[in-house]
Design a protein around this ligand. Structure first.
Ligand code: NAD
Ligand code: UFG
Length: 334
């Protein structure tokens, strides 16, 4: 019998790509999302790609009664928990909303899981939990939670700690903490991708808006960092590779807490990303150098060896694949 998976945040950017992989691998999937940062049309796109439309619950994690009802009728084997607010600058302006949505939302989810005997969860964590380290190559064994620069990052750290405490209480409970590096790109069909509301904070969505002519130019935040070309370096990971990392994690969950970096291990600078986009589109992107952005670290990337050794997972797609799929998504959505 196939496993039944509840995907919170499943109409969102990373969630929708993961739902496609789950359906293609034969899992039964239900999605829970309040549609705060995603659109209901994503369900049709998922159906176009995977041939099945998952059951959808328009429910807010903060609505305990509605959440409980989903679990009472669900008979889920596992939960993949993407739902959360993720805009770093907004989290500085609205810390209470971020803690409530992300932390209290996760507590409600755990209570609903407990009451219905669901014992497996995979959580979308972030490289941000590492804070500032002596080495920019982050390894899962490094201490987390030190010198985090914003409330969003702290919600990820706190939720990781809550999941560790909960799992320590129940020896059968199985947790996968996946620390994503910088997710980018789109589904090769061009039907799914990242489409944030308002002015984007992150590099790739901003580049996309400039390329579409919806924003005048890209500002490169600082070119005087101690890196080869002076711009910050990050470990960009294609969202389809990232989605596949969740499939590998589902197969390898075991009692206790398993922690994995999901990244490529190969950082790219802002200038390298811009050049790759320009190469793929054949057009120069309007851009200028601006001041450094507060809170940015010069560089960090994943050491992905643990995921490769234990999950048998590693990234397969390149930055050029990211650019091709991003351009295809832009073309199909306009
Ligand atoms: P996203 O905003 O596209 O998806 C999140 C989804 O959760 C949205 O569809 C939103 O409507 C839903 N949601 C938010 N609060 C909810 C609530 N209270 N109840 C029900 N649904 C709710 O974001 P994404 O980029 O797909 O990120 C998914 C997860 O991965 C998030 O937890 C995010 O913090 C984490 N993450 C993202 C990145 C990144 O750069 N995209 C990096 C590291 C970690
Ligand atoms: N950048 C620009 N111009 C822009 C946007 C970004 O130059 O308009 C630069 C940033 O300064 C940074 C790089 O592009 O050097 C990447 O920035 P992003 O905002 O895309 O990504 P971050 O690495 O800052 O943030 C990511 C996730 C967060 C997470 C953080 C720390 O988006 O969720 O990593 O792990 F908290």
């Amino acid at each position: 019998m196939s496993q039944r998976i509840l995907v919170t945040g499943g109409t969102g950017y990373i969630g929708s790509h993961t739902v496609v992989e789950l359906l293609s691998a034969g899992y039964e999937v239900e999605i829970l999302d309040n549609l705060y940062n995603s659109k209901i049309e994503v369900l049709d796109k998922i159906e176009q790609i995977a041939g099945t439309k998952p059951k959808f619950h328009k429910v807010d994690l903060l609505d305990m009664n509605a959440l409980q009802e989903v679990f009472n009728g669900g008979n889920f084997d596992a939960v993949i928990h993407f739902a959360g607010l993720k805009a770093v600058p907004e989290s500085v302006e609205k810390p209470l909303e971020y803690y409530e949505n992300n932390v209290a939302g996760t507590l409600n989810l755990l209570k609903a899981m407990r009451s219905t005997g669901v014992k497996k969860i995979i959580f979308s964590s972030s490289a941000t939990v590492y804070g500032i380290q002596e080495s920019p190559e982050y390894v899962e064994t490094m201490q987390t939670g030190g010198q985090l620069s914003n409330p969003y990052g702290r919600t990820k750290y706190f939720i990781e700690e809550i999941l560790k405490d909960y799992s320590a209480m129940d020896p059968d409970f199985q947790v996968g903490l996946l620390r994503y590096f910088n997710p980018v790109g789109a589904h090769p069909s061009g039907l799914l991708g990242e489409d944030p509301n308002g002015i984007p904070n992150n590099l790739m969505p901003f580049i996309m808006r400039v390329a579409e002519g919806r924003l005048p130019e890209l500002k490169i935040f600082g070119d005087d960092y101690p890196t080869e070309d002076g711009t910050c370096r990050r470990d960009y990971i294609h969202v389809v590779d990232l989605a596949k990392g969740h499939m590998a994690m589902l197969d390898h969950l075991k009692p206790g807490v398993s922690i994995f970096n999901l990244g490529s291990g190969k950082p790219s600078s802002v200038k390298e990303i811009v050049s790759a986009f320009e190469r793929a589109s054949g057009k120069e992107l309007p851009k200028s150098i601006a001041a450094r952005r507060a809170g940015d670290l010069p560089e960090f990337w994943a050491n992905p060896s643990k995921a490769e050794a234990e999950l048998g997972w590693k990234t397969e797609l390149t930055i050029d694949d990211v650019m091709r799929d991003t351009l295809n998504f832009i073309e199909k959505s306009n």
